[in-house]
Design a protein around this ligand. Structure first.
Ligand code: ADP
Length: 158
């Protein structure tokens, strides 16, 4: 049974994230979406809100669960008794940072490997920040975030 952890801020979850989750769930036996409680960042949505939106979004995928974590990703991964991390890659701009992160994780935990999934082309421009910006200016969010996130974004930014 191969379990993989897909970590991120998910502030909020987008269809780009959802696509990575759905595709990972076909590759691995179980996918744990790890929502990071990053005290250095001030997210728009609370940790609980981000977890809830993800839970609603992935309800239709049997082998996916959502958990929050704090501290080092590799500690969370080990606590989940696995050694696989999933990350999504959109463009070269992601690559630098992701490579750095994967390599520094391997320095502190050599048994932990990162698997990169390339974005589906229709989501290559999509990020949580873009979505928040769109929401602020009343852009229709259909096609950018899961249905259950749309009203939450509108409520939050109105
Ligand atoms: P973080 O703050 O950890 O980067 P994010 O929620 O922004 O958290 O992203 C989580 C992961 O999902 C990252 O690996 C990021 O590259 C990936 N990701 C974000 N948006 C997309 C997208 N549109 N397509 C594919 N991967 C994505």
């Amino acid at each position: 049974m191969v379990v993989a952890v897909y970590p991120g801020s998910f502030d909020p979850v987008t269809l780009g994230h959802y696509d990575i989750i759905r595709r990972s769930a076909k590759i691995f036996d179980h996918v744990i979406v790890g929502v990071l409680n990053n005290t250095a960042k001030t997210p728009l949505f609370s940790l609980e809100e981000r977890v809830k939106m993800l839970e609603d979004a992935v309800m239709d995928i049997d082998n996916v669960s959502v958990e929050s974590f704090e501290g080092l990703l590799v500690d969370f991964v080990k606590q989940k008794k696995t050694n696989v991390v999933i990350r999504g890659l959109r463009a070269l701009t992601d690559f630098d940072l992701e490579m750095q992160m994967a390599q520094s994780n391997r320095i502190v935990a050599p048994e932990v490997d990162t698997v990169f999934l390339s974005t589906s082309i229709e989501y290559s421009y999509l990020s949580s920040s873009t979505v928040k910006e769109y929401a602020k200016y009343g852009v229709d969010l259909k096609g950018f975030v899961p249905e259950c996130v749309i009203s939450k974004l509108i409520d939050k930014l109105s």
